[in-house]
Design a protein around this ligand. Structure first.
Ligand SMILES: [Zn+2]
Length: 111
């Protein structure tokens, strides 16, 4: 092991979904596949168009209570997309991310 374990990072549970996506660049699809995000384009106030590294496109709403937001917070996914080739360090970083109700970054202004 040449690399140290990533530091544990804390985010608020009610962090904005888009701010979170922008930060971690990962997307759990409905089928339970974790994709890497290549591009995020704003589509108005509360929608965005995500393009994954395997060139899937998702239109998502900026909801903290959406399925994807919950799955990201709980780190629910069945498998990692083989085509997206998410680097190990990114997965380790995601693994070291914790979500708390009253503690951690709100990622405000981090859009
Ligand atoms: Zn993918």
């Amino acid at each position: 092991m040449s690399k140290d374990k990533p530091e544990v990072r804390y985010y608020r549970k009610r962090v904005e979904l888009f701010a979170l996506i922008d930060k971690i660049k990962l997307w759990p699809s409905r089928a339970g596949v974790l994709h890497g995000i290549k591009a995020v384009e704003a589509r108005g106030e509360d929608r965005a168009r995500l393009t994954t590294h395997c060139n899937l496109v998702f239109i998502v709403g900026n909801s903290r209570n959406s399925r994807a937001a919950r799955w990201l917070r709980n780190k629910w996914f069945r498998e990692v997309c083989p085509q997206c080739a998410i680097p190990e360090w990114k997965l380790a970083k995601f693994d070291a991310t914790r979500f708390r109700r009253g503690y951690g970054s709100t990622l405000e202004g981090g859009r």
